[in-house]
Design a protein. Structure first.
Length: 241
């Protein structure tokens, strides 16, 4: 049919806009193999601004033989990589390099190495959103995160796991991240001291998620704050399949 759409002839700007929404697995393992124009468009750094990494295991090499349908296994197979040479650090660096430093949103995986995190800090200075909750849950190197915050001056939203070293992290945010306004802390016990610390160090926080409190009580406790605006609290819901 003469009027049948030829997907390979789509405008490159249109392709880039679409590919920027499809996710990491499709960008790496599906789109590049459709046709030359799609492959070329998939290399545009704009397609790699939002990076959500799959979780690794404590032993990435072992997981490749146990989970044949995972992104990493498909990646090794499609790109014909020697399994013994695959590592989570190399994978993170490979994907981050596709963004050419323009990534604005990154979710780091479980068992991500400290080397990979430091690489992200130095190569992606324009991050607006950073989720390191899974990384922090499975690594003993939590204390070093506060030393990397200075690299993300545009950071607006941060997702953490536990409240370990929270004061140092927020202290760095208060100095280097002037537009910061959203904090997620899972699996943490936020007591009065931690709550006061959050108010003092990041006073521009806008959202309060994770508990369900009477708004009247909140207004009473915050009556001494001159510019406090209460729009209600909400409790985050987790759906377990």
């Amino acid at each position: 049919m003469e009027d049948q759409r030829i997907w390979g002839d789509l405008n490159s700007d249109c392709l880039v806009k679409i590919f920027g929404k499809v996710g990491m697995e499709s960008l790496l393992l599906d789109i590049p193999f459709v046709c030359k124009s799609w492959y070329k468009a998939s290399l545009d750094s704009s397609c790699w601004q939002c990076l959500i990494f799959p979780d690794f295991t404590a032993d990435p090499a072992a997981s490749l033989s146990l989970e044949p349908n995972t992104l990493c296994q498909r990646f090794v197979s499609e790109y014909r990589i020697d399994k013994s040479r695959f590592s989570s650090t190399k994978f993170v660096k490979f994907v981050v390099n596709r963004s050419r430093g323009k990534a604005t949103s990154i979710t780091l995986p479980a068992y991500c190495t400290q080397e990979a995190v430091e690489f992200v800090a130095h190569v992606c200075p324009d991050l607006v959103f950073l989720d390191i909750s899974r990384y922090l849950q499975f690594t003993p190197a939590r204390k070093q995160i506060s030393d990397l915050i200075c690299n993300w001056g545009n950071l607006v939203e941060l997702s953490l796991c536990w409240s370990y070293n929270l004061e140092k992290i927020l202290s760095q945010i208060s100095v280097h991240c002037k537009n910061f306004c959203a904090l997620h802390v899972s699996y943490a016990s936020i007591r009065e001291n931690e709550a006061l610390m959050i108010i003092q160090l990041v006073p521009n926080i806008k959202d309060c998620v994770g508990f369900n409190e009477f708004d009247e009580e909140i207004l009473k406790l915050s009556s001494h704050i001159s510019k406090f605006m209460c729009e209600g609290s909400k409790e985050e819901l987790f759906i377990v399949p």
